[in-house]
Design a protein. Structure first.
Length: 307
């Protein structure tokens, strides 16, 4: 059987056009007909004829041949750039169509440090079992990645969202809870009403935007109480650990201390006065008709398991 390019020169215009672009791009990258032929499994003469046919069709010289090396003409450089762009677009189009069948490919996920480690990472094993052809590439950082610029396929965001052309899907809510360790409460007493916290060490966030003010609700009326403590930190996981060690009382997202509450190391306090303040959890991604199936199934999975 003859190789794919050892065909009649009168083959229909457009036949094997994409393959011809691949051959030309590989010749340019390798700088040799022979090297490109070895990689393609063709003969050097077949590769040379493919390039000749492109030049004949265009009516310009794309490659300057010499006994030492090949070099591209100005027209060849322009054609190479166009060829690479077309081949990339073709690969992406084929991947998008393939994704509609079996979701596959690399999925880049961004999440905050604590929420990602405690709420997202524990779910990844189950997701991998359901979708073995998806490679999950997760990065945990408290900085915001630019999804619109392509720095991630999906970003998990806590709190209000800024206006954006991206698509956002609500996955759940992060409820706040006030907690302390049983041994701390034995030493200092258990607060029965919010005002009792004025006699306790209250562990707070150190964000500039975070005031040492905790919200409460009594008899249908919301109000705030200024509290004080001996330690501040920049994440709920650290504050929860300090509280579990008996250092003081803290108010954090429930996900940060869920395991400690379940084990009894921390006890929720003043639940009757909880104002129900929550921050939404969203998946942010580029939506639209061309959204890869790997993004869709991942967001669907999180929506089911984070609620």
């Amino acid at each position: 059987m003859r190789k794919i390019f050892e065909t009649d020169a009168k083959a229909p215009v457009g036949a094997d056009r994409a393959r011809a672009l691949e051959v030309f791009a590989l010749v340019a990258a390798e700088g040799s007909f022979s090297a490109a032929a070895r990689l393609l499994g063709l003969t050097p003469s077949a590769v040379s004829r493919t390039v000749d046919r492109i030049e004949q069709r265009l009516g310009v010289r794309l490659i300057l041949r010499s006994t030492r090396a090949l070099s591209l003409t100005v027209e060849g450089e322009a054609y190479l750039a166009a060829a690479r762009r077309i081949l990339t677009d073709l690969d992406e189009a084929e991947q998008a169509i393939a994704d509609r069948g079996t979701p596959r490919g690399r999925l880049r996920v961004s999440a905050a440090q604590a929420h990602g480690r405690l709420a997202i990472v524990p779910l990844l094993g189950r997701f991998a079992g359901l979708y073995p052809h998806i490679l999950v590439d997760i990065s945990l950082s408290d900085g915001l990645v630019d999804v619109a610029a392509g720095d991630a396929d999906v970003a998990i965001r806590l709190g209000p969202l800024a206006d954006s052309p991206l698509t956002a899907r609500k996955l759940g809510e992060n409820r706040r809870v006030i907690v302390a360790a049983p041994d701390y409460l034995e030493r200092r007493g258990t607060p029965r009403v919010p005002e009792d916290l004025l006699d306790h060490d209250c562990l707070n966030f150190n964000f500039r935007r975070a005031e040492p003010v905790w919200p409460f609700r009594r008899d249908g009326r919301d109000y705030a109480l200024t509290v004080r403590g001996c330690i501040e930190a920049n994440n709920g996981e650290t504050l929860g650990q300090l509280a579990a060690d008996g250092v003081g009382v803290t108010r954090v997202g429930r996900f940060s201390v869920a395991s400690e509450i379940a084990s009894g190391r921390l006890v929720p306090l003043l639940e009757a006065f909880n104002p129900g303040d929550v921050e939404p959890v969203h998946a942010v991604f580029a939506g639209g008709a061309n959204m890869p199936a790997r993004v869709r199934v991942f967001v669907d999975f999180l929506s089911e398991h984070l609620r």
